[in-house]
Design a protein around this ligand. Structure first.
Ligand code: ADE
Length: 249
């Protein structure tokens, strides 16, 4: 009986879920705490990767080699890039790309050298299930967050999007930079700092991977403040609702 891994970068993104694991056992490897226990009757290992691609890849490798994870699901927040991807929406990745990887002219821009891939596919079955669950969770933001918080964030009919998620070692916090990313990668829905790195590791090991991210900001000049407000109050409620509804399926 091998565990499913649930990963977020920061405690603010996974705290509510960790609080719901009744029987967890903590195992520390590489300076990270891995919480092994149950959620919705399923064996899981939950961990905070810390921020950035290297931290995420290290964590993924430990999950696969040390814990035998049979799938990895990354959850947390992301900055919206596509015009209709708004704060409070959810993005389920179909493919993931590292936007700051460029070994050209030796390899095509964005391609991970010697893999032949720039865009790593997420597992279809898990992603389909997460998208179905997300539509359900978002259909009732008041149950998810309470009336006052849903109101504070002006969550008006939040939506689920599926498509390209991009990752890089940069918090995108200017309109100029998000515009440059939209121009370079017009099909990118959202940007974060870990997903594509974990997708690459899971590809190497042949283990299914999926990413579900809530939009905390628009990766623009207001991103810093919007991100901080979102992660400090609601991010981990989304993660818990999405992951626990998925595990209960
Ligand atoms: N995660 C959430 N918002 C982000 C942003 N604007 N840039 C990078 N990662 C993020």
């Amino acid at each position: 009986n091998l565990p499913i891994a649930i990963v977020s970068a920061m405690h603010e993104e996974l705290g509510a879920l960790l609080a719901q694991m009744p029987d967890e056992q903590r195992i520390t490897v590489g300076g990270r705490d891995f919480w092994v226990g149950h959620l919705q009757g399923q064996l899981i290992v939950a961990v905070l990767s810390r921020i950035g691609k290297v931290a995420a890849a290290t964590t993924a490798t430990v999950l696969l080699e040390r814990f035998g994870a049979r799938a990895i699901v990354f959850t947390g927040v992301a900055g919206g890039l596509a015009p209709d991807v708004r704060v409070g929406d959810v993005v389920v990745a179909t493919r993931l790309l590292q936007h700051d990887l460029d070994a050209s002219p030796i390899f095509p821009k964005y391609e991970v050298p010697l893999t032949g891939h720039a865009r790593f596919a997420a597992d279809t079955e898990i992603s389909d299930a997460l998208a179905a669950v997300a539509a359900d969770v978002l259909s009732d933001p008041v149950t998810l967050l309470g009336e006052k918080v849903a109101d504070d964030f002006a969550l008006d009919a939040p939506r689920v999007h599926r498509g390209l998620l991009i990752s890089g070692d940069r918090f995108v916090s200017t309109a100029a930079e998000s515009e440059a990313l939209r121009h370079a990668l017009p099909d990118a829905l959202a940007v974060e700092m870990e997903g594509a790195a974990v997708a690459q590791v899971c590809h190497d090991f042949g283990v299914p991977f999926a990413a579900v991210r809530t939009i905390s900001d628009r990766a623009d000049d207001a991103a810093h403040g919007d991100f901080t407000r979102f992660v400090s109050s609601v991010a981990s409620r989304y993660s818990l609702a999405l992951v626990s509804a998925w595990l209960a399926m």
